[in-house]
Design a protein around this ligand. Structure first.
Ligand SMILES: [Zn+2]
Length: 138
């Protein structure tokens, strides 16, 4: 399944809805059409039946990310602007002065309320995306 890819694409700032097992192809295509979404799938047959779609061939997460971003380039400035859990938009949060995260650019999801801040995990993710070449234009 492509749940991990969905989370990474949200980190990159793409608006991603994720449907796991138990939903039929026609419903997936209806949702994509209604929301003008790009269909991302591992199912060759389904990808041929819908446009726009991206067929994911690799099972390795880094390659999966590139299979998508080589076609749809991410915008650096949109990285970390979405909630990885629910796809909501992150807005600046003000925390108590005594909270150690108050000086780490805290943001909160406008949909589910999850708190985000720029910690070591953030720089690790950025280094990883840099390393696999997500920002390369070719
Ligand atoms: Zn959220």
């Amino acid at each position: 399944m492509l749940g991990r890819l969905a989370r990474y694409l949200r980190i990159l700032g793409f608006s991603v809805i994720y449907e796991s097992d138990g939903i039929d192809d026609r419903e997936i295509m209806r949702i994509c059409r209604a929301g003008s979404y790009i269909l991302i799938t591992r199912d060759r047959n389904l990808s041929q039946r819908f446009h726009p779609s991206v067929l994911i061939k690799s099972t390795e997460i880094g390659e999966q990310i590139l299979e998508f971003t080589k076609i749809y380039h991410p915008d650096r400035f949109l990285a970390f602007s979405r909630c990885t859990t629910c796809n909501g938009i992150l807005v600046p949060a003000s925390l108590d002065e005594n909270d150690y995260r108050s000086h780490m650019n805290p943001h909160v999801c406008n949909n589910c309320g999850q708190l985000y801040w720029a910690g070591t995990h953030t720089s690790r993710i950025m280094e990883y995306l840099e390393k696999i070449g997500v920002w390369n234009e070719d």
